[in-house]
Design a protein around this ligand. Sequence first.
Ligand SMILES: [Zn+2]
Length: 158
Amino acid sequence: MRVQISPPAPKKFINFLKYMLHQKNLSIVVSCIDYRFWPQALPLLKEKYGYFDLITIAGAIKNLTSPAKKESKKTLLENIGISIKLHHPHSIILVNHIDCGAYGGSKNFKSEKEEIEFHKKELEKAEKIIQKKFPQLTVKKEFLTVNKEKIKFSSEKN
Ligand SMILES: [Zn+2]
């Protein structure tokens, strides 16, 4: 079997990567893996917050507030630590979404309002954990809902 070796990256591209390392306004996004959300959510986040290191993990911040396994919390915190060490982000955006399977989905709540309220508290809990561990980061919180087949931040009006 032949091993495919990719050609060296053109100089322009390498320069671009070096240039990108000096982004001043970098953040970290912690987001769920759910395919129903990220294709629309990531461009929205990029538009609102600029460039970010992306950490996707099933259940997003549930891994901080009530992880199914201790290791998931450890892995998530380690990834945040690596991003800080390599890219010096100034803020972290914690993103949960409606109907998240890791939380049992929307069927676990009586109404959308109740679900949004629950996640608001989750995000606040996660914020405290991040602030304690990484006081240098500004914490921002977002909750994704759906309106007319479009993903939107719950903080925004319809
Ligand atoms: Zn999810």
